[in-house]
Design a protein around this ligand. Structure first.
Ligand SMILES: [Zn+2]
Length: 93
């Protein structure tokens, strides 16, 4: 899917990828996703448990939207937002 993030507004491509996906090599062995700033590409591993999937999407979206922030800030913020949304009852349909 195409999605717009940040200031200035920029169009990104978002895809969930399993290990056989043609773009899977972009994701590190130990990672659940990646955000290519130059390619405007967000990849998230498919088939993760729902709460982890939510955190992964938020994590990579944060990288895209505020790419200057550190990995630590992104990881902590994604975890916090996920916890808030999960406690508030948000689930994938
Ligand atoms: Zn990250």
């Amino acid at each position: 899917m195409k999605i717009t993030f940040g200031i200035p507004r920029t169009v990104w491509r978002f895809e969930r990828v399993d290990r056989q996906h043609r773009l899977a090599h972009h994701i590190g062995q130990r990672d659940d996703g990646c955000c290519h700033i130059g390619r405007k590409l967000i990849l998230v591993r498919a088939n993760r448990p729902p709460k982890k999937d939510l955190e992964n999407v938020i994590h990579e979206a944060l990288h895209a939207a505020v790419w200057i922030m550190s990995e630590e800030w992104v990881a902590n913020t994604a975890r916090d937002i996920t916890r808030l949304l999960w406690r508030d009852g948000w689930r994938k349909e």
